[in-house]
Design a binder for this molecule. Sequence first.
Ligand code: CUA
Length: 166
Amino acid sequence: MEIHKYETLWFAASLLLIVGFIGTITYGAVGVGIEMVNDDGGTVDPDNLSDHERFGDTGVHQVNDTHYEVNMIAVHPSFIPSEIEIPAGSTVTFYMTASDVTHGFKLVDSNLNTMIIPGQITKITAEFDDPGEYGFVCHEYCGSLHHEMAGNLSVVPEDEWGGVDS
Ligand code: CUA
């Protein structure tokens, strides 16, 4: 049996495409660090957040010299807190939950992007080496004022850092 050379060529080209598609899917799934929201952060009763050790005390908390935690509640149409300030050179772990409906959290100019789900605690950690302003927005439609749901993270130079309030 003789296979025509154009047929061989097309066969090779389509095989190359299939390998390419599998490659992009694999890269998207594991190469860029995308994870589904999982149970790592634990669960919480969305109706009793004020009694919760974390969410009864929202805001920035210092763990040690370079590590901070931010406890945040998403409730339409706000993030609590919506203004966050941390010193440059710190590692920040965000613990987030929602008290009403599913919200989103996307920190502009970073790869921090997650869902915030009632009953789930979303836990994400990031390092902030350089001073700057990072806006964050809700990217899951959550109600009529969804478009106003936003906040700001200020990374201030270490020598201008005033410490946490509480
Ligand atoms: Cu919260 Cu959209």
